[in-house]
Design a protein. Structure first.
Length: 108
């Protein structure tokens, strides 16, 4: 029984071969790319039809980030910055603060 337990102990991520890391990273990055394309498609469609069509903000960027952090080449995780959701969150916070200040000035 003790021999079975020692064989079932999980190793660390760094013990895996690079090919396994790249496969796991590739799967996650492919899922993230799908979400990124959906988000960009929703943004383009929103502009074209003059309506609001919501994409899946942040999800694609997070999948890309995690995928490349699991890969042997960590600096590729910076590609997660192409997700528009990462940039729109601070911008929407800025717009909300600006709208609250304008509302407060209008009330005075």
């Amino acid at each position: 029984m003790e021999l079975l337990c020692t064989q079932l102990k999980p190793g660390t991520w760094s013990d895996l071969p690079d090919s396994t890391k790249w496969v796991a990273a590739g799967i996650l990055v492919a899922i993230g790319a799908l979400f990124l394309f959906m988000t960009y498609g929703a943004m383009i469609s929103s502009k074209r039809h003059n309506t609001h069509i919501s994409g899946v903000p942040l999800v694609g960027g997070l999948f890309v980030l995690v995928g490349f952090l699991l890969s042997p080449v960590k600096w590729l995780a910076l590609l997660a910055l192409i997700d528009p959701g990462i940039w729109m969150i601070p911008y929407s916070i800025y717009l909300n603060i600006k709208a609250e200040k304008e509302k407060k000035n209008a009330d005075d």
